[in-house]
Design a protein around this ligand. Structure first.
Ligand code: 4AZ
Length: 720
């Protein structure tokens, strides 16, 4: 609703000012809303009103049904407001925060980043910019429950939650652009239900002048680029830009959309779109990236409507002479131009394969029946590289093992417990073949099944694969969803907090038995000031949940001896592992339980989910957490990790994290477990938190001591 005959005054933003009261009284006379709040778009005033109904509980279902049966709202906001009724959890009270974004600042969910957000939230941040400015909101972190029906944030180009002005709804751990630009005001809402709470979000806000939009224009150069406003941030709502490209008369124009995310794909593109000479494009990606215009002039319009924004597009255009559209380059059938050396190199550079047909193959290539050339090393690799399977026929595999799918693999890969063929044919008929990769049963026989320990099935004749399996379980059988959060009591019963007398929590450790803990060697190295290698200076807290809060199941023990690996290297961090023997045994309970130790042949594969836990800092150089934190991360291939960490990762180390960073262990988590669940939900100790390049940086996974490498060392030193 707008008030057209009034001029906006800054005082109108303040509901306690006399100007606001006076204007509100005037408006109330006409509409009698029970809540009024205003913004200063342009020079006039926009007023939001909401109707609130108290419905007795027995009648709530009837009201919900009645609302659902309403006709879809017509194209005006009055009826849209009615829809708002069903959005908010009736059990949680709504809380508002009013922020002026003239001075840049941050908003975050309650408790972020130290604690998970509380349940049943209904929070609204109302962000206002100065007249003539837009609000810009930029999320640094956003980790909510995956199901948007349960927990979500929503951003509006408005001060009230009007669906027609919603810019985005997000939940989970989105990887898209999370930078939003609205008009003069913005509303950010956070709604959570009572279960599964996650870390939440942190976002920065500031204002930018409306004049910064600066989109569209006339382009007359032979080559150039243009993109949607603020790309790669999401474009603002209700925006229109027009580019007029006009090149020399004898030339045509090609436009190559490098990135294209413009709303949902729908017929006629009624909402957000790019229009090229009257033809509308929308959706996520395009069928044909390259658009050729048989004219020297083209008008390209970008339009966004009032709701649901997207990242937008970036495009390059080029003028060409119609008789030679790729000067000096190869022209694909789809009109793309590629470098001539990419022609007939085995790779589909054009996207339509047209650079790989009618090729004359050289000596290093195989000739496919369909005319393609592919590198010889792709022969008989189990993948149909030719497209007509020529490269996978007549594979005799001299000196190699021939898989059922015709792939040839090295003979040594046969019966190694891993599916190297891709169809598992290299792992059939392999009983009792002992190798570095097979599980050794106590009776001396070997089985080739991958990770047979404690998987609920007896694989060894003597049952030794299912012996010593009272480990790695907790009260919670569920493995949770991605994102760091506070753990529940008893969720990680093998997690130990190691306190150095006078300094408090220093490192984590894992319970191996009622007497032995495993930690990192770097935690127990003397410094100039502290004798960290002295057992009598340490205290181990088992069954601990919150630092400095013990309860009836928390156990404190002194340390009898520390056995750090004798080849621990403080320079390279190689062999970063140490055992601690408690001064007296502990009783194993629901809250104190050992984690399973993997045998030396246990295989943790890359991209496998793993859990990190600890009371370490929740950001680099931050403060330590007081509630035990947990997060799910992924194991990296050692090859990739070595590339990322400057070849400092030895075979005794294992990397885990995300390429994008954001979730990681940090100072104070060292010595703690990297826990991986097997197919039966039983947790195995894959790693001991060891080192990293900073914390949670992108392309810098955390590094863990690879426990499988120390299985016999642990047995020798502790008997476990
Ligand atoms: C530390 O200082 C530390 N991101 C532990 C783990 C990592 C970084 C630092 C991995 O104890």
């Amino acid at each position: 609703m707008g008030i057209s005959n009034q001029r906006f005054l800054p005082e109108h933003e303040d509901p306690s000012s006399s100007e606001f009261t006076q204007l509100a009284a005037q408006v109330s006379q006409q509409v009698r809303p029970n809540r009024l709040t205003g913004d200063s778009s342009d020079d006039s005033i926009v007023v939001y009103y909401e109707s609130k109904f108290d419905v007795p509980i027995p009648q709530q279902t009837t009201v919900d049904q009645a609302i659902e049966s309403l006709e879809p709202p017509a194209e005006n906001e009055w009826s849209q407001q009615g829809q708002g009724l069903t959005f908010f959890n009736v059990f949680s009270e709504r809380k508002f925060f009013d922020i002026h974004v003239r001075d840049p600042g941050f908003v975050h969910s309650p408790g972020f980043p130290d604690y998970a957000y509380p349940p049943n939230l209904n929070l609204q941040w109302r962000l206002r910019a100065d007249p003539g400015n837009r609000v810009w909101l930029n999320f640094y972190n956003l980790i909510l429950e995956d199901d948007c029906q349960h927990d979500f944030i929503k951003v509006y180009d408005s001060l009230a939650p009007i669906e027609k002005r919603a810019l985005t709804e997000q939940c989970g751990h989105p990887q898209k652009s999370l930078s939003f630009i609205s008009g003069n005001v913005m509303l950010l809402t956070l709604v959570t239900n009572e279960e599964k709470n996650f870390p939440g979000f942190k976002a920065s806000y500031y204002q930018i002048p409306v004049t910064k939009l600066n989109c569209g224009g006339t382009l007359t150069e032979d080559k150039g680029s243009f993109s949607s406003p603020f790309f790669p941030s999401n474009y603002p709502p209700s925006t229109s830009c027009v580019w007029n490209i006009e090149v020399a008369k004898e030339k045509f124009v090609k436009v190559d959309f490098k990135k294209f995310f413009v709303g949902n794909q729908s017929e006629h593109c009624p909402h957000d779109y790019v229009d090229i000479n009257g033809e509308r494009l929308c959706g996520n990606g395009l069928n044909t990236r390259l658009i050729t215009i048989k004219s020297n002039k083209v008008t390209i319009t970008f339009n966004s409507d009032s709701s649901y924004v997207d990242q937008g597009f970036t495009a390059e255009y080029e003028a060409f002479i119609p008789t030679d559209s790729c000067p000096g380059r190869f022209q694909c059938n789809n009109s793309l131009c590629i470098s001539k050396i990419s022609q007939c190199d085995g790779w589909n550079d054009c996207g339509d394969n047209s650079d790989e047909i009618n090729c004359t193959c050289d000596a290093s290539q195989i000739q496919c029946k369909n005319g393609h050339c592919k590198p010889k090393s792709w022969l008989c690799d189990g993948i149909d590289d030719c497209g007509d399977n020529t490269d996978e026929q007549n594979c005799t595999c001299p000196g190699k093992f021939k898989c059922s799918n015709n792939r040839c693999i090295k003979k040594t890969l046969q019966c190694n417990g891993r599916d190297d063929c891709g169809d598992n044919s290299d792992e059939l008929n392999c009983t009792s073949v002992c190798s570095a990769f097979t599980f050794h049963c106590s009776n001396g026989l070997c089985i080739s099944k991958l990770n047979p320990e404690c998987d609920g099935e007896q694989d060894c004749e003597d049952g030794s694969d299912e012996a010593n399996c009272d480990c790695g379980t907790n009260l919670y059988s569920s493995t949770r969803i991605v994102g760091g959060q506070a753990a529940s009591v008893g969720e990680w019963p093998w997690q130990v907090s190691l306190h150095f007398k006078g300094l408090g929590h220093m490192c984590g450790a894992s319970v191996l038995s009622d007497r032995w803990l495993l930690t990192a060697a770097h935690c127990v190295q003397d410094t100039k000031v502290y004798k960290l290698s002295h057992a009598d200076q340490w205290e181990a807290f088992l069954g601990l949940h919150v630092q400095n809060q013990t309860n009836e199941w928390t156990v404190k023990r002194g340390v009898k001896q520390i056995i750090a690996h004798r080849y621990y290297n403080s320079y390279t961090q190689n062999n970063d592992i140490a055992l601690m023997e408690l001064d007296t045994r502990v009783s194993l309970t629901e809250y104190i339980r050992p984690i399973c130790l993997p045998s030396s042949t246990y295989y943790f594969h890359s991209d496998q989910e793993a859990w990190i836990t600890g009371w370490g800092t929740t950001m680099e150089d931050g403060v330590a957490a007081s509630v035990l934190q947990m997060a799910e991360i992924l194991i990296f291939s050692s090859r990739l990790c070595n590339l990322l960490l400057f070849y400092r990762v030895t075979d005794n180390m294992l990397c885990a994290g995300f390429l994008s960073g954001g979730v990681d262990t940090c100072q104070g988590d060292s010595g703690g477990p990297l826990s991986v669940a097997n197919s039966h939900g039983r947790f195995f100790l894959a790693g001991v938190t060891s080192w990293g390049k900073g914390c949670a940086l992108s392309y810098r996974p955390g590094v863990y001591t690879r426990v499988t490498k120390y299985r016999s060392w642990i047995k020798e030193k502790s008997g476990v």
